[in-house]
Design a protein around this ligand. Structure first.
Ligand code: T4K
Length: 411
C-alpha cells in the first residue's frame, strides 16, 4: 500500500492496478447456462421478433416486480422514446438535467422540448417545488429519473400531474429490483423504463423495458416497437424497431437467475466502501435507504472539497493514474451539452443544485468484477491524499505537465 504522496502514479509512481478497474463492468452469471441457451436459439433458428426467450424474460421481469406488463426493448433509450410517444407527450416535458443524456435526447429526438428542472439537494431527483414553477400551457408531462436507484418523490410529482393533467414517466434505468415506500419501482406513474445495458448490474448486453399497469398503453407500445404490425401484412400504427433479440433475452434470463447474488455482492461492496471511508474528511458515500430494497449498483461519493482540501476532479485524476476508471456521472449536466447548451443557454441560472452537484460526485467501481482487496486499495489511495492535503498540493503544483484523465474525459 502506498504511504508517501510521491508514490502516487499521478506524481510519477507505478499505478496501483496493472489493469484498468472499470465502473460498470458487466455481471455475467452462469456462463454454461447462457451458452446452453444460445445453443438452443441456434438449434431452433429463432433469433428475434418476440421469440420464446423474450416472452419468458418479460414474464419473469413482470413477476419479479409485481407489475402487469413488461415490454422488452432493444435498449432503454428507444424504450423511453416509445413510451413518450405512446403516452402522447408533446410540446414541453419537465426533466432533470442531472441524468444521462438519453433522458433528454429521447424527447428532443421527437421534437419535444426538454425543460430542465433542478433537483432536491437531499434526494438528487426532481424537486417538485421547482417542477411546479416550470409548468406552461405547453407542458404535457414529467419524466422523473430515479437517479442511481434512489426513487423520485413520486407522491408529489404525481400530485402535480393530476392537478395539471400531465403524464408521468419515470426513467428507472438505474432502479431495476429496487423499491420505494415498500412498493417495487416499476409500479409508479403511467410507466417506467429500465435499462438492461451491459454496464447495469443486470444486463441483456444491450436492452431495456417499459413496465406499466396500463393495458392499453402496453398494447400500444407492443405495436410501436414492432413497426405497428398487428399481424401479418397488417400495420395499424406508426412504429419503429425496438425489439429485443433472443440472445439478449438469453443473457437476461441467465442474469435473473443470479440477480440476488449480484445484489448481495453490490451490497457487500457498498458496506465496505462505507466502512473504509467512514472517517475520511469531506467524503460521503451517498446512502441507500436501508428500509427499501435496492440493487446497490452505484457507489457514489459526494466530495466536499473545502473539507478534503482536494477537488473531485483532482481525485479523479489521481484514481485514473492508478488505473481506477472512476466516473463523474453526470458531469457537466445535460443542459451544458449540445444541442441544449446552444438552444437554451440560460438554463444554468435556475439549476443551482444541479450546477453544484455535477462538481462533487464521483462514481467508483463495484460489481462482480471488483474484489474487496480492490476496494481497500481504492479507499487507501483516497485516504493517503486527503490526510496530507498540503503535501499533496505542493507536489501537485510542481508536477511536470502531462496529459490527464480530464483531457480524456471532458466532452
Ligand atoms: N437513462 C439513464 C438515467 C441512464 O443512465 C441510461 C444509460 C439511459 C437512460 C439509457 O440506457 P441505454 O439506452 O444505454 O439502455 C454508460 C452506459 O452506456 C449507459 O447505458 C448508462 N446509462 C450510463 C450511465 O453509462 P458511458 O458512456 O459511460 O459508457 P462507457 O462505454 O464509458 O462504459 C462505462 C464503463 O463500463 C467503462 O468504464 C467501461 C465499462 N464497460 C463498458 C461496456 C459497454 C465494460 O467494462 N464492459 C462493457 O461491455 O454510458
Amino acid at each position: 500500500m502506498k504511504q508517501n504522496i510521491f508514490d502516487l502514479a499521478v506524481l510519477g509512481g507505478a499505478p496501483a492496478f496493472a489493469e484498468p478497474l472499470h465502473v460498470g463492468r458487466p455481471n455475467i452469471g452462469d456462463r454454461a447456462r447462457l451458452l446452453e441457451r444460445i445453443n438452443h436459439i441456434l438449434d431452433e433458428r429463432w433469433l428475434t421478433n418476440a421469440g420464446p426467450y423474450v416472452q419468458e424474460l418479460e414474464t419473469r421481469v413482470a413477476q419479479r416486480i409485481g407489475v402487469k406488463h413488461c415490454v422488452a426493448m432493444c435498449n432503454a433509450t428507444i424504450a423511453l422514446e416509445i413510451a413518450i410517444r405512446a403516452l402522447g407527450m408533446t410540446g414541453e416535458v419537465i426533466v432533470p438535467s442531472f441524468t444521462f443524456v438519453a433522458t433528454a435526447h429521447a424527447l428532443q429526438w421527437q421534437h419535444i422540448t426538454p425543460v430542465f428542472c433542478d433537483i432536491d439537494p437531499d434526494t438528487l431527483t426532481l424537486d417538485p417545488r421547482r417542477v411546479e414553477e416550470l409548468l406552461t400551457p405547453r407542458t404535457t408531462g414529467i419524466i422523473g429519473v430515479h437517479l442511481w436507484g434512489r426513487a423520485c418523490d413520486t407522491d408529489a410529482l404525481e400530485n402535480i400531474a393530476r392537478r395539471h393533467n400531465l403524464r408521468v414517466l419515470y426513467d428507472a434505468a438505474h432502479a431495476f429490483a429496487s423499491s420505494h415506500r415498500g412498493k417495487m419501482i416499476g409500479n409508479f406513474g403511467d410507466a417506467e423504463v429500465f435499462s438492461f445495458h451491459a454496464t447495469k448490474f443486470f444486463n441483456t448486453f444491450e436492452g431495456g423495458a417499459v413496465v406499466t399497469n396500463n393495458d392499453d398503453l402496453a398494447a400500444k407500445m407492443r405495436l410501436m416497437k414492432n413497426f405497428g404490425f398487428a399481424g401479418y401484412d397488417n400495420v395499424v400504427y406508426v412504429g419503429t424497431n425496438g425489439k429485443m433479440s433472443e440472445v439478449s433475452a438469453a443473457m437476461g434470463l441467465t442474469g435473473l437467475e443470479a440477480l440476488d447474488e449480484f445484489i448481495a455482492i453490490n451490497y457487500a461492496h457498498y458496506q465496505q466502501y462505507n466502512e473504509e471511508l467512514d472517517d475520511v474528511r469531506g467524503v460521503r458515500v451517498l446512502p441507500y435507504d436501508a428500509g427499501e430494497r435496492a440493487n446497490y449498483q452505484y457507489v457514489v461519493l459526494d466530495i466536499d472539497a473545502e473539507k478534503t482540501g482536494v477537488t473531485r476532479d483532482q481525485l479523479l485524476e489521481i484514481l485514473w493514474a492508478e488505473n481506477v476508471r472512476a466516473r463523474r456521472y453526470f458531469y457537466p449536466g445535460v443542459h451544458r451539452m449540445e444541442p441544449y447548451r446552444s438552444l437554451y443557454p440560460m438554463t444554468h441560472r435556475w439549476l443551482p443544485v444541479t450546477e453544484k452537484m455535477v462538481e462533487r460526485v464521483l462514481v467508483l467501481p463495484t460489481g462482480t468484477a471488483v474484489s474487496g482487496d480492490d476496494i481497500r486499495t481504492i479507499c487507501h489511495l483516497l485516504r493517503v491524499v486527503i490526510e496530507q492535503p498540503s503535501e499533496f498540493a505542493r507536489a501537485w503544483n510542481e508536477r511536470p505537465h502531462a496529459p490527464t484523465a480530464l483531457s480524456v474525459t471532458v466532452q
